[in-house]
Ligand binder design. Structure first.
Ligand code: SF4
Length: 446
């Protein structure tokens, strides 16, 4: 049974040291009870407290890892229904389906392996390839799984078959890869559980929640502890209703049979409906989303949406404070200053690259805020910019001490020139990043 904040508090050190990020042990205990904090955040908890509080602090949705090595992808571990309550922890995995007897199997596998999207400096792609048992033949299925393992080593494997003999053949071909077996139902559960134990994660499917709960309990009792639940939603309305109901019961009622990551089969004959279904799944708790094929336009939207949903809303994405050299800079290259909000950095850096004018970009640490927000918060001030520019030593690398300020904070130009002193000149740059190429080219030509 879940412990109250007061019961948890009794087992904490009561020193109010704040190392957990909360002002008091009681505040931390309350957050633990609400599943909005992890006991690991208190470095001073005794072993006894850890043991006693372990169950109370365990996330209501179990962490399940699919894949192994480079293809490992963690799912679940969620503690809240709404991301603004704390954050969503482990992003959804997108699985691209390929039939085991598809004549274009190898080309499709290569395409899935090679697909990537660059977003704020990181590469993202498909997480899983789902080999569908279309042939009904264990040998054909195992051969297709083997090809997937070698063609896409950084992508996890889904063995999409309900036939135990086909699953067994696929498991042999994916040995050590910790694949996802999709899946078990009331007819084949007893046969599949012994096959997957210690080797694979099992997807349990049922089209009503009572049956899904029973099957999850049965699989867990039989030793298949890593499960994914598939409520078999037939459309977007059912998906939202069923996925929300399951997640609500897991988080609010600590209902153990539903304390697992969820799967949504978004495949649809209409690609746009499929994209909409997958978007619903990404927003509403699906940890594994099955797609019928790789479409770059669909993945682009899904990956960008997922990045937004699974970003910690309390920690803006940021890059390091330093002078970034874009292109082959020399002493005459211009110097632009901006803030370290990741999106700001990548947009500004991208536009500088587009200009083909080698430029130094001075990125100041303002705790990941954009230019205007940082200025309004008093973190991007003339004094702080001047201090950063001077300490960076960039003045010794350029022939003309001149810094270009974002147009939105032109109000700082006079004060910045005063604070920099030593002959520095401040130039007001464009307000919008997309005006940077024109601005830099005009200066280079002058
Ligand atoms: Fe209390 Fe531990 Fe937080 Fe320190 S880190 S305030 S001891 S709960």
């Amino acid at each position: 049974m879940a412990l109250s904040g007061i019961e948890i508090f009794k087992h904490l050190p009561k020193t109010n040291c704040k190392d957990c990020g909360f002002p008091t042990c009681l505040a931390f205990a309350m957050k633990l009870a609400a599943k909005q904090a992890s006991l690991e955040d208190c470095p001073h908890a005794s072993d006894e407290a850890k043991e006693f509080l372990g169950a109370a602090s365990a996330p209501p949705v179990k962490k399940v890892v699919i894949g192994a090595g480079d293809s490992a992808w963690a799912l679940g571990e969620e503690t809240v229904l709404f991301r603004h309550d704390k954050k969503f922890v482990n992003p959804s995995a997108y699985a691209i389906e390929v039939a085991d007897n598809d004549p274009e199997l190898e080309a499709k596998l290569k395409g899935i392996a090679a697909f990537k999207v660059d977003r704020v400096g990181e590469d993202y792609g498909a997480n899983l390839v789902a080999i569908r048992d279309a042939s009904g033949d264990p040998g054909t299925f195992a051969a297709a799984v083997g090809k997937a393992v070698s063609a896409a080593p950084r992508v996890g494997i889904v063995l999409a078959s309900q036939k135990p003999e086909v699953v067994e053949a696929g498991l042999g071909a994916a040995e050590g890869k910790n694949p996802l077996v999709y899946g078990a139902n009331k007819e084949n559960l007893d046969a599949l559980v012994p096959l997957v134990k210690g080797k694979a994660v099992l997807v349990v499917s049922a089209d009503n929640l009572d049956e899904l709960s029973e099957l999850a309990e049965k699989a867990s009792a039989a030793g298949a502890s890593d499960l994914i639940l598939d409520p078999m939603a037939a459309n977007a309305r059912e998906a939202v209703e069923r996925l929300t109901q399951i997640r609500r019961l897991a988080i609010k009622k600590n209902y153990k049979p539903f304390g697992y990551p969820l799967l949504m089969d978004a495949r649809h004959e209409d690609p746009q409906v499929e994209a909409a279904l997958a978007t619903v799944g990404t927003m509403k708790y699906a940890s594994v989303i099955l797609l019928s094929e790789l479409r770059s336009w669909e993945m682009l939207g899904l990956l960008t949406g997922r990045l937004n949903i699974y970003t910690d809303p309390q920690k803006p994405m940021q890059v390091d404070q330093k002078i970034y050299e874009i292109g082959s800079v020399n002493a005459d290259s211009p110097l632009i200053v901006t803030t370290n909000f990741a999106l700001t950095y990548f947009i500004v850096a991208g536009e500088i690259e587009n200009s083909k004018v080698a430029t130094r970009l001075a990125v100041q640490d303002v705790e990941g805020l954009s230019v205007l927000t940082a200025w309004a918060a008093g973190k991007f001030t003339a004094g702080k910019i001047a201090e950063f520019i001077k300490e960076s030593g960039v003045g010794d690398q350029i022939s003309k001490k001149e810094v270009i300020l974002p147009g939105y904070v032109s109000v700082l130009s006079g004060a910045l020139e005063d604070k920099l002193g030593d002959g520095w000149k401040v130039v007001v740059g464009p307000r919008e990043a997309n005006q940077i190429p024109q601005f830099l080219k005009a200066r280079a030509a002058a």
